[in-house]
Structure formats: structure tokens, C-alpha cells
Design a protein around this ligand. Structure first.
Ligand code: HEC
Ligand code: HEC
Length: 367
């Protein structure tokens, strides 16, 4: 039977979902050092349908860096998600096969950083891939999308899978990882997803501070002042409010997930996604690794972190009011002084994790 593209996607989706009904257990093998996270992260969840092994992770990494996944073999996942930038695209908009620039005109988006994905509650800026219980088991499904997206890799599994089956190396690697003689679509995304799960960033100065039992002598005076401002619970106007949206160990939003921080935009955001309601919202991104992930926001509109902080500082200035209608009510109180801005920035810098960005385990193997 010949399947058209849509049925094909649904078929892959269905095979992932059917098996996903089996109860998931947090199976995190001790022999994989990359997966051992500090206590304040909580246990990583691995879908029971795709037990994690070093062979799958290694294969997933090879696929992540291999342009064979794209129609004309020019674009790999890493083309838009480079390791040097904590796997975020340094270009405001990603370029896919045949110089195609991203999606509909109003939905050109900056490729987000990839780390701590196993803890994500949703994937994509608009939540196009999301789950009530968290998106830890949706990473496989997500990987289907860029491969098939016309503007990204422009490929389809009907030609990709035979290409891999006829490749000099891949059949052996898939056999080692999955014990199969014939590579199927599902194996491809299962391997990639496991490599992505290992992209864990927990080595920042802030993490060391937490692990020390909050030993405040580890922070400079400016970092300490910034931390207090970031988590400030004062009533009334003129305070940063950051942690109400960028909360938890990953500094994203584990509760509400989607919000509007008051940016003017033509992008429909979450309103385009069925069941998400009419308000234009975006996924609250993590504030870890900001030194590596410029430019910022869903459309990469801010080139520097100073531009971002200026935006938040002045959002309630007379000339910027009223705020866009969809703005979260928390945005109405945001504001801070120049000195406070410098302190906030010092605190945000403690969330950088050079050990993550420079980790050779996440780079292509030398062959
Ligand atoms: C042509 C550029 C491009 C390529 C190639 C690409 N991506 Fe992306 N990726 C993006 C963009 C842009 C987004 C954001 C899209 C959106 O939110 O609407 C994204 C989003 C993601 C996300 C969601 C992250 C989050 O926090 O929401 C994951 C995971 C991801 N990509 C993984 C991959 C994998 C795996 C591959 C290879 C199979 C890949 N990408 C290939 C551009 C690309
Ligand atoms: C009402 C919720 C809310 C508050 C309060 C808030 N943010 Fe955000 N923040 C968001 C959302 C939503 C985005 C993504 C918006 C978009 O791309 O359209 C975002 C994006 C960002 C980004 C860009 C990250 C990236 O990877 O592109 C930075 C940096 C940031 N916020 C820092 C802060 C700081 C610092 C504060 C406190 C001064 C703060 N935010 C307060 C919701 C909030």
C-alpha cells in the first residue's frame, strides 16, 4: 500500500501513541553518566516504550549531525541547532533546504535552544507539540516534524528510510541499537529523541549555589541583589516579576507554560493550535544559557540581552501603553531601575553553563 504524506505521519504518530499507553516508568540506567542529574532537577522520565541505551544515544547523535536527514542532504538538525549556541540558532530565522526561510510569513521563528527537554511541558513556541503530563514522551513525535517540514528538511520517510537501509554504516548501527535488520521510521526518531534527552544542562554557577545548600558566599554582591530582585514578591508596581513566569529549576514556566509578555506581534502563537484558546501566547522559554542563545524571543527580535532587559524595564513607560490586549496581567507591574537592571543581568549570567556548551559528548565524534 502506498501511503500519502499525511497518512504516513499519522501512522508513525499512531504507532508511537499506541505503545505510549503502556505505563511509563522512570528508567534511568545508572551506567549512563550523562543522565545523572542533581537532586533539584527531579528524576528524568524516559518513555517505557523506548528504553534508553548508550547505543541509541550514540546513533541519535550521529543522525542529529547528519544532513542525510534532509531532502538534498545539505541540512542537519545541527544546522539550525548548533552546539556552540546551546543548540539555538544564532540567526533570527532558520534557513532550511533550498534556502527556504521558515513557515508562513507571520510564523518565521527563531530555533530555540535544546536542553533539559525531558522536563519540558510542551514543545515549540506555540505548543504545537504538547501534553498534559509533560512533553517528555513527545520528543520522538517532535523529531518527525523538522524532517518532513517543507521549510526545514523537506524530506519524507518514504525516501529517507530506504536511504538509511542502503547506507554502508547505518544498518549495522541500527542493528546494534534496536536489534533490527530493517530500519523503520520509528527507530530513526527514537534514536534522535534519546540523544536530545541527554542534552542536560545543570552545571551553572547557580546550580552549584543550590547544591551547596544556598551558600551565599558563592555569589558576588551584584548576583545576590539580582537573585533577590528576580524572585521578588513585592506588591504593587515596578518590580521585575521574572520568576512568576520563568520559575522552577529550569527557569521556564512549569505551570501555565504559555503566556504573553507584552510583545507586539503578528504571529498567531498558541491561538493557532487547536484547543489552546484565542489568546496569542508563546511558550515561556528557559533563562538558562542566555549568553549563548541570542537572538531572543520567538522571532529573534532582540539581538542582545540588554535589549531584552530594556524592553522589560520600559514596558510600562507612558509611551508604551496600553500594552497589547493579550498581555499577561503580571506584565502591568513590571519595571525597574538601571541599577536593578545591572543586578538582574549579573544574576542571569549565573545561569550560564559552559560545561554544557563545551561538552564533547554533545559534539560529533571524530571519525
Ligand atoms: C531549518 C532549521 C531547522 C532544522 C533543520 C531543525 N530545526 Fe528544530 N526547530 C527549528 C525552529 C525554527 C523551531 C521552532 C519552531 C516553532 O516553535 O514553531 C525548532 C524547534 C525544535 C524543537 C522544540 C524545542 C522547544 O523547546 O520547544 C526541538 C526539540 C527541535 N527543534 C529539534 C530538532 C531536531 C531533532 C531536528 C532534526 C531532526 C531539528 N530540530 C531540525 C528549526 C530547525
Ligand atoms: C508574564 C510572564 C513573563 C514575565 C513576568 C517575564 N517574562 Fe520573560 N518571557 C516570557 C515569555 C512568554 C517569553 C517569550 C515571548 C516570545 O517569544 O514571544 C519570554 C522571553 C524572555 C526572554 C527571551 C529568552 C529566549 O530564549 O528567547 C528573556 C531573556 C526573558 N524573557 C527574561 C525575563 C526577565 C529577566 C524577566 C523579569 C524582568 C522576565 N523575562 C519576565 C514571559 C515573561
Amino acid at each position: 500500500m502506498r501511503l500519502n504524506k499525511k497518512t504516513y505521519f499519522i501512522a508513525i504518530l499512531a504507532s508511537i501513541l499506541t505503545v505510549a499507553c503502556i505505563k511509563d516508568l522512570p528508567i534511568v540506567p545508572e551506567e549512563i553518566p550523562l543522565l545523572q542529574v542533581p537532586d533539584h532537577f527531579g528524576e528524568i522520565q524516559i518513555p517505557a516504550t523506548n528504553p534508553i541505551t548508550q547505543e541509541k544515544i550514540d546513533l541519535g547523535k550521529k543522525l542529529f549531525y547528519d544532513p542525510i536527514l534532509s531532502l538534498d542532504s545539505t541540512v542537519s538538525c545541527a544546522s539550525c541547532h548548533p552546539a556552540d549556541n546551546a543548540f539555538a540558532d544564532p540567526r533570527p530565522f532558520s534557513i532550511g533546504v533550498y534556502e527556504r526561510e521558515g513557515f508562513f510569513p507571520e510564523e518565521k521563528r527563531n530555533a530555540p535552544a535544546l536542553f533539559n527537554l525531558g522536563y519540558a511541558r510542551a514543545l515549540f513556541w506555540d505548543g504545537a507539540v504538547s501534553a498534559k503530563e509533560g512533553a517528555y514522551d513527545e520528543i520522538e513525535i517532535q523529531a518527525v516534524k523538522p524532517i518532513e517540514n517543507f521549510f526545514e528538511m523537506g524530506h519524507n520517510f518514504e525516501t529517507l528510510t530506504p536511504k538509511l537501509n542502503n547506507h554502508p554504516l547505518y544498518p549495522t548501527l541500527f542493528k546494534e541499537a534496536f536489534g533490527v535488520d530493517t530500519i523503520r521510521d520509528l527507530h530513526i526518531v527514537q534514536a534522535i529523541a534519546h540523544f536530545e534527552r541527554t542534552l542536560l544542562s545543570y552545571g551553572s554557577k547557580y546550580d552549584e549555589f543550590v547544591e551547596s545548600g544556598f551558600d551565599s558566599t558563592m555569589l558576588t554582591p551584584a548576583e545576590k541583589r539580582g537573585l533577590i530582585l528576580f524572585f521578588d514578591e513585592r506588591e504593587g508596581r515596578n518590580h521585575p516579576e521574572c520568576f512568576h513566569c520563568h520559575g522552577g529549576f529550569n527557569f521556564d514556566d512549569q505551570g501555565q507554560i504559555f503566556r504573553s509578555n507584552g510583545l507586539e506581534t503578528n504571529d498567531p502563537g498558541s491561538s493557532r493550535v487547536p484547543g489552546m484558546g484565542p489568546t496569542v501566547k508563546f511558550k515561556v522559554p528557559s533563562l538558562r544559557n542566555l549568553s549563548y542563545t541570542a537572538p531572543y524571543m520567538h522571532d529573534g527580535r532582540f539581538e542582545t540581552l540588554d535589549d531584552v532587559l530594556d524592553f522589560y524595564q520600559h514596558i510600562n513607560d507612558e509611551e508604551n501603553l496600553p500594552l497589547p490586549v493579550d498581555s499577561d496581567r503580571l506584565m502591568r507591574t513590571v519595571g525597574f531601575t538601571d541599577e536593578e537592571k545591572a543586578d538582574l543581568k549579573a544574576f542571569l549570567m549565573t545561569l550560564n553553563d559552559p560545561s554544557f556548551v563545551n561538552n564533547p559528548d554533545f559534539r560529533p565524534d571524530q571519525e
